[in-house]
Design a protein around this ligand. Structure first.
Ligand SMILES: Nc1ncnc2c1ncn2[C@@H]1O[C@H](COP(=O)(O)OP(=O)(O)OP(=O)(O)O)[C@@H](O)[C@H]1O
Ligand SMILES: [Mg+2]
Length: 248
């Protein structure tokens, strides 16, 4: 469903993405791992549409999306959840989800204040709250929500637009150790028809959630395989040396 073909991205003379190719099946969970500066966020932005590649093509269900912007890609079913909070602080969890759901339905901003009154929006809000574990937090003001709940809500906002492809950049960054497992389970439990690409520094998320893992180093895909193949890879071990000794 997603085809990335020989993508390159240069910033001036710096080659940050080098001939990246990936093919994802529908429903696949792909984790893109790599150390700091490997080019993960750059790849995320190329997929999301906030950056345009220097060369190469990106196809979504066979359609060329290489030169489409974020909004155009969203209309084709591509949604992303941010590394950084992007929430309306003055609103409740329910209202935040309703806004995202209304946007997903193409409703205009003048309608936002009444968004939660639409039946389809209400249904989406409840469905998504259930998926991300916020069903009992719907009336909590975002400003009073815990850090973990805020991260859950960010994933919820992306889901509320009913994407067929969901992109996440380090969804567990800053989530406390006590919540990491719960967050991995949350991601693993998302509806299987949604294809998911997660860009991530942490090996464990890859091992817990991925069907396949792509490993980036210096802007290049240096390895692709199942979690087990990744654990057994000398190339990956070398890159992550120290991070997982005694753990593999
Ligand atoms: N807009 C830009 N202009 C110039 N260089 C950039 C730009 N964006 C990123 N880079 C460089 O590209 C390289 C890859 O950056 P990127 O943010 O994609 O890495 P990353 O894998 O996401 O790292 P991290 O784990 O720290 O999030 C880095 O060397 C970075 O300095
Ligand atoms: Mg990054």
């Amino acid at each position: 469903m997603l085809d990335v073909r020989d993508i390159c991205k240069n910033f001036g003379g710096l080659r940050v993405s080098r001939d990246i190719s990936m093919h994802l099946e529908r429903g696949e969970r792909r984790v893109v791992l790599g150390p700091n500066g490997a080019g993960k966020t750059t790849l995320f932005n190329l997929l999301a549409g906030t950056l345009k590649p220097t060369s190469g093509e990106i196809l979504l269900d066979g359609a060329r999306i290489t030169n489409l912007n974020v909004e155009q890609r969203a209309r084709l079913g591509l949604s992303r959840s941010y590394q950084k909070n992007n929430l309306f602080e003055g609103l409740t969890v329910r209202e935040n989800l309703a806004l995202a759901a209304a946007t997903g339905e193409g409703k205009t901003s003048s309608f936002f204040s009444r968004a939660h009154e639409s039946r389809s929006v209400r249904e989406t809000v409840e469905e998504v709250a259930e998926m991300v574990g916020l069903a009992d937090r719907l009336d909590t003001g975002v400003a009073h929500a815990s850090y973990g709940n805020r991260r859950q809500l960010e994933v919820g906002l992306a889901l509320a637009t009913k994407p067929k492809l969901l992109l996440m950049d380090e969804p567990t960054s800053g989530v406390g150790p006590g919540m990491i497992d719960a967050f991995h389970r949350l991601i693993a439990s998302l509806p299987r028809e949604i294809t998911i690409v997660i860009v991530e520094h942490d090996l464990d998320l890859g091992f817990d959630v991925a069907d396949r893992i792509s490993v980036l180093n210096y802007g290049e895909v240096v390895f692709e395989g199942t979690p087990d193949e990744t654990k057994g890879s000398d190339v990956v071990r070398e890159i992550y040396l120290g991070d997982w000794q005694g753990d593999a």
